[in-house]
Design a binder for this molecule. Structure first.
Ligand code: NI
Length: 135
């Protein structure tokens, strides 16, 4: 039977939702307050779910200490207390919506996980707004 192992993490970051191909009116119309020129912040809550069979030798799907360290190094240290548009390579030319942030995090983590394990990312931008990938 497959089992899911989930690690929660957290980071604070600022962003601005903006499409440079549009004029200011269109940007304000689509993104509203999130288009504020100097950005705004969120307390992002992240859930990383790893799925797979239990390894009979360890009794684990994945070592949670290892997973916690991976998320700390690759996600928290990269994005915590950053302005995503200005301070990170990942979002220099990619609109930092919750959807895009979740996909970027999934791609970053995926390459570090053994291929036989599944990976899902859930990202809360607010307590009531969150995204999951893959859907
Ligand atoms: Ni926002």
């Amino acid at each position: 039977m497959k089992v899911a192992v989930i690690r929660k993490a957290h980071f604070n970051a600022a962003h601005r939702l903006h499409n440079p191909a549009w004029d200011d009116d269109r940007n304000r119309e689509v993104f509203g307050l999130c288009n504020n020129p100097n950005g705004h912040g969120h307390n992002y809550e992240l859930e990383v779910k790893v799925t797979g069979e239990i390894d009979p030798d360890t009794g684990m799907v994945v070592d949670l200490g290892w997973l916690a360290g991976l998320i700390r190094r690759e996600v928290e240290q990269r994005f915590d207390h950053k302005h995503l548009n200005l301070d990170t390579e990942e979002f220099r030319n990619l609109n930092p919506t919750a959807e895009n942030i979740a996909v970027v995090i999934w791609r970053i983590l995926r390459v570090h996980l053994p291929e036989h394990l599944g990976l899902h990312v859930r990202l809360y931008e607010t307590p009531r707004n969150f995204v999951e990938c893959p859907a």
